[in-house]
Ligand binder design. Structure first.
Ligand SMILES: *[C@@H]1O[C@H](CO)[C@@H](O)[C@H](O)[C@H]1NC(C)=O
Ligand SMILES: *[C@@H]1O[C@H](CO)[C@@H](O)[C@H](O)[C@H]1NC(C)=O
Ligand SMILES: *[C@@H]1O[C@H](CO)[C@@H](O)[C@H](O)[C@H]1NC(C)=O
Ligand SMILES: *[C@@H]1O[C@H](CO)[C@@H](O)[C@H](O)[C@H]1NC(C)=O
Ligand SMILES: *[C@@H]1O[C@H](CO)[C@@H](O)[C@H](O)[C@H]1NC(C)=O
Ligand SMILES: *[C@@H]1O[C@H](CO)[C@@H](O)[C@H](O)[C@H]1NC(C)=O
Ligand SMILES: *[C@@H]1O[C@H](CO)[C@@H](O)[C@H](O)[C@H]1NC(C)=O
Length: 420
């Protein structure tokens, strides 16, 4: 517990109180929190090991080349860039410096999951430009159909040496032979090929397939009534196909990330424990993933993020049973997309305090420490250009300047806490 000083420092900051009402112009008084004495047990007991790659990131497909660089015109037209993306053979050093700030602490390469809703609606065409939208982005956002072209791929080369990747492959838009070509191309684009590939992830948030997208963005991805057994059958067929046809995988079966359920999924229907045998039938899952966005962007910081009991209770309710079940089966459980707050109700004004603030950093640290203790393998904190919840904005756009956001520091804290 060598980092208890950092913890005390943070507690001290929280208890700093404004003194505007103090008499006689006394300003700047700081109330120091009482010291917290930590008495960790002398032995680890049955505590889970923490993976060195625990503090990871996820990057939305549509923003991958901006975070990584090496790709001109990487962006969909609506990005309204004021800065040219890093460009051919020019990595985004800003991103790389931030990644290195984590990896130098954990002494392990950073892990990036590339994917999200945007990836699930893609098709790959190597002779096309980096990204071409083939739908109405202003209306459909991440659900817009997109063609990924060859110039998108070099972003895999621009992250620090040894960076590990989980690469999502599309399933919502289901073109098996195109998916195989894309899987091959992504591995070929990584400098150390499969040494950098943690897993192929097939599809994204399948529990939402029967309900989204809504017109005019297309019919829902699957028919009403689509459930875990339908998904397991499709997922296994896709894994078998990729395994057989992507030579670089060398016939090794357990090289896939499964489930990728949405935050707030109905666990009575999409229950990882109950459906484990179905998805694991042929032995393809290497890791299992579920997504987590804690807050509603219409809410306030105190109620949504700054309540430790609430954070613990939400994490335990959402993941407690699954985490211990998978641990008993020795299958790593990943929170494959995580963010502080989502903004599904567009009629409210999002509360920006839920994002780039000290409160956001404290929540990040709190959530990471608790999920570490639950035995969760990794957090892939989701990043996207112009996303308010991103830990950093990788380039300057008309919407937001290149910047490190407040919640970034929670990652540094979590990396320090266990490894420095
Ligand atoms: C980015 O980093 C690379 C490798 O460290 C270095 O060669 C290059 O000069 C840097 N570019 C800029 C614009 O700082
Ligand atoms: C791939 O993109 C090129 C260039 O835009 C286009 O000419 C070609 O028709 C596309 N191929 C497919 C199969 O869509
Ligand atoms: C996206 O592509 C799929 C087929 O690949 C099609 O069914 C759907 O209608 C398209 N969506 C839009 C909004 O064009
Ligand atoms: C999920 O399934 C397990 C095993 O069948 C069961 O114990 C648990 O109660 C289920 N969870 C929910 C939320 O239905
Ligand atoms: C914090 O969250 C817990 C659990 O959700 C709740 O019971 C409690 O009232 C909350 N505390 C405050 C101060 O809002
Ligand atoms: C959305 O937010 C507005 C403003 O806060 C609120 O009045 C409305 O009830 C919310 N709608 C839903 C569906 O949550
Ligand atoms: C966050 O939200 C505000 C208000 O909606 C916006 O002005 C800002 O550019 C957003 N994005 C980032 C990356 O800060």
């Amino acid at each position: 517990m060598r980092n208890s000083n950092t913890l005390l420092l943070l507690l001290g900051i929280i208890s700093t109180s404004p003194t505007h009402s103090d008499p006689a112009g006394v300003v700047g008084q700081i109330r120091i929190a009482p010291a917290v004495e930590l008495r960790p047990p002398k032995t680890a007991g049955n505590a889970p090991n923490v993976n060195q790659g625990f503090v990871g990131f996820g990057i939305e497909m549509s923003s991958f080349a901006e975070y990584g660089g090496k790709s001109l015109l990487a962006r969909l037209s609506c990005a309204l860039l004021t800065e040219i993306p890093p460009g051919i053979n020019r990595p985004n050093n800003f991103s790389n410096n931030l990644m290195s700030a984590i990896s130098t602490r954990t002494r392990a390469p950073v892990h990036i999951r590339v994917g999200g809703t945007s990836m699930d609606n893609t098709i790959f065409n190597t002779s096309s430009s980096a990204l071409t939208a083939t739908g109405d982005q202003d209306t459909c956002h991440l659900h817009t159909n997109v063609t990924i072209g060859g110039p998108w791929l070099p972003a895999f080369k621009s992250f620090p040496v040894g960076t590990r990747f989980t690469v999502q492959l599309p399933l919502a838009r289901n073109h098996p032979s195109n998916r195989v070509k894309f899987a091959r191309a992504c591995i070929a684009a990584m400098p150390s090929k499969t040494l950098q590939l943690d897993a192929n992830e097939i599809g994204n948030e399948p529990d939402l397939y029967p309900a989204s997208p809504k017109p005019p963005c297309g019919p829902p991805d699957r028919l009403n009534g689509y459930g875990p057994n339908d998904y397991a059958a499709e997922w296994i067929a896709a894994a078998a196909d990729i395994g057989a046809q992507v030579g670089a995988l060398n016939g090794q079966k357990a090289w896939f990330q499964a489930m990728t359920l949405s935050s707030g999924v109905d666990q009575k229907i999409w229950n990882i424990t109950a459906n484990w045998n179905a998805i694991n039938n042929d032995g393809f899952p290497k890791t299992v993933s579920q997504h987590y966005y804690q807050a509603n962007a219409c809410g306030n910081l105190q109620d949504e993020l700054m309540n430790h009991s609430k954070t613990v209770s939400m994490l335990e309710t959402s993941f407690g049973t699954t985490a211990s079940f998978l641990r008993n089966h020795e299958i790593p459980f990943v929170l494959g997309e995580v963010g502080s707050a989502l903004w599904p109700n567009r009629s409210c004004t999002p509360n920006l305090q839920l994002y780039g603030s000290l409160g956001g950093a404290l929540w990040t640290a709190d959530m990471m420490l608790h999920t570490m203790a639950m035995g969760i393998e990794r957090i892939s904190m989701q990043q996207g250009t112009n996303f308010n919840f991103s830990a950093w904005q990788p380039i300057t756009t008309l919407f937001a300047p290149k910047a490190v956001h407040g919640n970034w520091y929670g990652h540094v804290f979590a990396a320090d806490f266990f490894w420095v």
